[in-house]
Design a protein around this ligand. Sequence first.
Ligand SMILES: [Fe+2]
Length: 327
Amino acid sequence: MIKAIKTTDLKIGMYIMLPHAWKAHPFLRNSFLLESRRQIQKIINYGIESVNVDMDKSEIADDTPPMVYQEYLSRQQEKQKKINIVTAEIREIVNDTKMAPQTKAEAVHWQSVDMMSNLFHNPSAENIAEVKQGVGGIVDLILKDNDTEHYLLRLNSHDYDTYIHSVNVGMLSLSLAKAVLTKKDKHDMHALGAGFFLHDIGKVNIQEAIIQKPGKLTEEEWAVMRKHPSMGFKLLHDARQISEESRLIVLQHHERDNGTGYPKRMKGNEIHVYGRICSIADVFDALASKRPYKQMLKPFEALKIMKEQMLDHFQKEIFEKFVLLLK
Ligand SMILES: [Fe+2]
């Protein structure tokens, strides 16, 4: 049975059929099962007011109370069903030769945010391996397709959450790595990309109340927050999916050239070039994003603060390459 449902009444577990072709909405397919709150929000944000729902293919009736993602996840796990973490869609978009660069950039970005959201809810070794695959497609895109890369660097999705931030930093770091690491064949760019996208994976072990706090953190909360690089490093070590060098990105992305960073207060060349690349992208995205307690800055304003107030935090030549990238 097909039922028209207002998008504000959609629930995780409904099988929806979107009314438009690809260009009018940010999903690769017109019909699919809703697996996250983010997908529903995305449909609402696109101004779609109602959609048809195939009740026979849905996993929830329209009169049952809505599930939160965790509940949906545990139901699927009970049924031993694998959550689709959308890496196949990313590959399809990357390989679509007819899609305009701007559309491609937007589609890859949104699918990547979904991928990271799903991974953060279930950071199993299997899912990390799958994200590595999806990121591999994005790496190939950034290395070969300068037009799409141009739009990826300028996407303004600066509402802050950990998943959007992971994707922004992943994309920015990859482009910066492309500009900085001249002998690309000496670097495993796929492994590197995975490290950049997963730089904040340690936050899965930090309470939601601290991650989502709509204000500045207390000193105790900061002490917990500062553990996320080491926790992420360990999580990836135990999952055995990411190379040692790429794990250093996770461990070192909050180290600063002048020794004021964490967790180890490393200085200058003690910090791996991968970690130094990621730290620049990470600070830029934090400054350029809207937070509950601060407005977002325009890219040039964020770069100005980095140059005037934080220059000794970064390796100078890498920072200069970053500025050129965003010009
Ligand atoms: Fe971080």
